[in-house]
Write a protein that binds this ligand. Structure first.
Ligand code: UDP
Ligand code: MN
Length: 590
């Protein structure tokens, strides 16, 4: 019995000893693992740090601290060489890409929201989170990085589920940039590449299909969001899930990247499918900064429920590259049971390009790009404008000779969603539009040639070959119905137009150019004084200039008005004196 107990004790002791040794070995082993892991982590961290600093050197080493901070114009004492580099980059891209590289992607912006916007409070838990979809084709790295940084820095993290970055067939893949984006923005950005360019419409739809959040925010790749931009865009969608919201679009200057205030407005298109901005209705102006109805969105920046976007079928699949898609989506939204609200408390800056730079996306093939846009316009008119399409076709007859492709799917969708006719849109959203852009145009103020009084053999010519500066050329024999390049109309919009082109004044005067009519007065506003025979640029009475013939160079300038100078006198082929006598009725001149 005793011996038995003793043997048992021994066993227990042995067991305890074994257990203790086991624990010590296990402890030592975990200690070793931990050490190894620590070593690994620190080597990964240092690798990551190294990679970041290497990539930073590639993309951010030229940044000049504080340049363009608070959205101020990015100015510096540039050398001649630097100025030349800027000019070259601007010629090639339509904006100052050279300067963009020197402005920090994290630059600050002045908070220019309306006072009462700053006081609004939102409960973030109640607002839906968003997938931001950005598509781009050959976007400049520094511009894209600033877009992304502004999103990260000024969006509540709780609301930003992801940024989906769709590379729409850019001509080359920048692996380094892609890596930098992954590292810099960690898991915030999901990148997706479409190998062959499909155009912004289908690229956006592809991005939307990857999205996980309930609300989609579409943005161009060259924007900067400002403080508090997102919450007010989401609030109206929360209240009505068939609402699409748009921010006020501020302007980022294409030359010096200054951030300028944009105006609240109601978007629309004119009968030539130019996007135009109408003033707010009286009651809307009084209620500022409350959201107001926006008939047609500008196109690049908007928020919409993912489900609603998909019910609307995204964009028409027949629309290619760019152009007209903002009209299609806006009309579809309003006519098929939704609404678009502009939200003045939300502001996003958009960098436009120099107006001279027109061809972006089709390897500099202007004809090809124009044809694609024209076809897009034709599709939108055919599907959504009903009998009013003829008004567009009368102004743009070239649309009617294009093959428009298959519209069955669009017509089917229109039926399925019980969409209303375009007449409803005009009746409900466009009363003021019809006053400004009537369906039946009254007679023009004057038309035919514009003949110089000082050099009566010469007439103003839109200079078909270059479409930039007009010239003086020998007058057509028929002054009332001259050849197209000399046929000018002092139109009801008070512009001097020849076909789709208008005379405009650039660079604070001096420079007279031909540009597509934009229908927004401003630098395309012209009047004719039948007494002095002056052709006068400018609506406001304190800033007017007169068209002056320069027969030595066969050109024209906009010069200080002098009624005595016969070089500033012109004769129209036909003058409607009755209408001219009412030219200034209801026109603001102060
Ligand atoms: N874009 C695209 N694919 C194209 C054309 C444009 O993804 O084939 C992108 C472009 O990079 C930009 C957005 O679509 O981010 C809108 O184009 P853009 O800025 O030229 O339009 P705009 O602002 O001039 O109206
Ligand atoms: Mn854009």
């Amino acid at each position: 019995m005793c011996l038995d107990m003793l043997r048992h004790k021994k066993k227990v002791l042995l067991l305890l000893l074994l257990m203790a040794t086991g624990s010590i070995i296990y402890y030592l082993y975990t200690l070793k693992l931990e050490r190894e892991r620590d070593a690994n982590v620190s080597s990964t961290t240092s690798r990551l740090e190294r990679e970041i600093s290497e990539l930073q050197a590639v993309f951010e080493s030229e940044v000049i601290p504080d340049l363009g901070a608070l959205g101020r114009p990015a100015r510096g004492n540039w050398t001649q060489e630097e100025l030349e580099a800027m000019a070259t980059s601007q010629r090639e891209t339509g904006y100052n890409a050279w300067l963009s590289k020197r402005i920090s992607p994290e630059r600050t912006l002045y908070d220019m929201r309306h006072r009462s916007c700053k006081k609004l409070e939102y409960s973030l838990e109640k607002l839906p989170s968003v997938s931001v979809v950005i598509t781009y084709h050959n976007e400049e790295a520094s511009v894209l990085l600033r877009t992304l940084s502004s999103l990260r820095n000024r969006t509540p993290i709780l609301l930003l589920r992801e940024i989906i970055l769709v590379d729409d067939g850019s001509s080359s893949v920048d692996e380094k940039l892609n890596d930098f984006i992954q590292i810099k923005f960690l898991n915030m950005v999901r990148q997706h590449r479409i190998a062959t360019q499909v155009g912004l419409m289908q690229a956006r739809v592809a991005g939307a299909q990857l999205a996980l959040a309930d609300v989609l925010v579409f943005l161009d790749s060259h924007v900067e969001v400002t403080k508090g931009w997102l919450e007010p865009l989401l609030d109206p969608i929360l209240k009505n899930n068939r609402t699409c919201t748009t921010p006020i679009i501020d302007t980022i200057d294409y030359e010096n990247f200054s951030y300028r205030r944009g105006k609240p407005s109601r978007g629309f298109f004119n009968w030539e499918f130019n996007y135009i901005q109408l003033p707010l209705l009286k009651e809307e102006a009084v209620a500022m900064p409350a959201p107001h109805k926006n008939p047609i969105m500008n196109g690049g920046l908007f928020a919409i429920g993912r489900q609603w976007f998909s019910e609307l079928g995204g964009y028409d699949k027949g629309l290619k590259i760019w152009g007209g898609e903002q009209f299609e989506l806006s009309l579809k939204l309003w006519l098929c049971g939704g609404q678009i609200l502009e939200v003045p408390c939300s502001r996003i800056g958009h960098r436009y390009r120099d107006g001279k730079f027109q061809i972006h996306y089709t390897d500099k093939d202007k004809k090809k790009e124009n044809k694609i846009i024209a076809k897009n316009y034709r599709r939108v008119a055919e599907v959504w404008l009903d009998e009013f399409k003829d008004k567009i076709f009368a102004n743009m007859p070239h649309l009617t000779v294009l093959s428009v492709g298959n519209l069955a799917e669009q017509r089917e969708l229109k039926k399925r969603l019980h969409c209303k006719p375009f007449k409803w849109f005009l009746d409900n959203l466009a009363k003021d539009f019809l006053n400004l852009y009537p369906i039946i145009d009254p007679a023009e103020y004057a038309s035919g040639v514009l003949q110089s009084v000082s050099s009566p053999k010469l007439c103003l010519d839109r200079n078909e070959s270059r479409h930039e500066h007009p010239k003086l050329s020998p007058c057509s024999s028929d002054h009332v119905f001259p050849r197209a390049e000399q046929h000018w109309i002092l139109s009801n919009r008070r512009e001097l137009r020849s076909g789709l082109y208008c005379l405009e004044v650039r660079n604070q005067g001096k420079d007279v150019r031909i540009f597509q009519c934009h229908g927004q007065s401003g630098n395309q506003f012209w009047s004719y004084d039948s007494k002095t025979r002056q052709v006068i640029a400018g609506q406001m009475s304190n800033f007017r200039q007169c068209l002056e013939a320069q027969p030595k160079t066969n050109s024209v300038t906009a010069s200080v008005c002098d009624p005595k100078k016969s070089s500033q006198q012109w004769k129209f082929g036909y003058q409607n004196n009755q209408r001219l006598s009412h030219f200034w009725d209801n026109v603001k001149t102060q």
